[in-house]
Design a binder for this molecule. Structure first.
Ligand SMILES: Nc1ncnc2c1ncn2[C@@H]1O[C@H](COP(=O)(O)OP(=O)(O)OP(=O)(O)O)[C@@H](O)[C@H]1O
Ligand SMILES: [Mg+2]
Length: 156
């Protein structure tokens, strides 16, 4: 199952992230892992910023480029926004305390997941962002039944 969207501005990218968070909060899954794919500048952090707004976070959403992980306390969920661009392989993720994250009720938003291959759980949802002349294309794909359940509720 997948959804394909065309986003003509950064505001639309944010709004899409926000909508996804709202659906997830309404569906109350246990925990959820979301991979954000796309080249440099494709809009992954912009999407994550909107997502965190949809989770009720009102403060800053800095890019985790240097910290690698930014945690947010969003009521029902701990949200972990990660950027693994600077990671060489999945084994380095141990130092981020990533295995502890699975024990809390959490949502993980992971930029550059391919860099953490071998150290991450499979994605429930994958977001593919691409630069196109009109802005960005965005494809949402489900990878598990939990992800399917979320996408089924995407408004048409
Ligand atoms: N739909 C869109 N149309 C036009 N510009 C957009 C759109 N979505 C995001 N942008 C812009 O793209 C730029 C890069 O966005 P962003 O930092 O989110 O990319 P990124 O994928 O996280 O990059 P990186 O891989 O470096 O972390 C920003 O200036 C943002 O405003
Ligand atoms: Mg980014």
């Amino acid at each position: 199952m997948f959804e394909r969207l065309s986003l003509s501005s950064a505001e639309e990218t944010e709004a899409t992230g926000r909508r996804l968070a709202q659906i997830i909060f309404a569906a109350v899954p246990d925990s959820l892992c979301i991979y954000l794919h796309g080249e440099l500048g494709a809009g992954k952090t912009t999407f994550a910023r909107g997502f965190l707004r949809g989770c009720g976070h009102t403060g800053r959403v800095p890019s985790p480029t240097y910290t690698l992980v930014e945690p947010y306390d969003c009521g029902a969920y701990q949200v972990f926004h990660m950027d693994l661009y600077r990671i060489q392989d999945g084994a380095e993720l141990e130092f981020l305390g990533i295995s502890d994250m699975w024990y809390t009720r959490s949502i993980q938003l992971i930029e550059w997941p391919e860099r953490g291959a071998g150290g991450l759980t499979d994605a429930d949802l994958q977001v593919f962002l691409k630069v196109i002349p009109q802005g960005r294309s965005c494809e949402l794909r489900a990878g598990t039944p939990a992800g399917e359940n979320i996408l089924q509720q995407w408004p048409v």
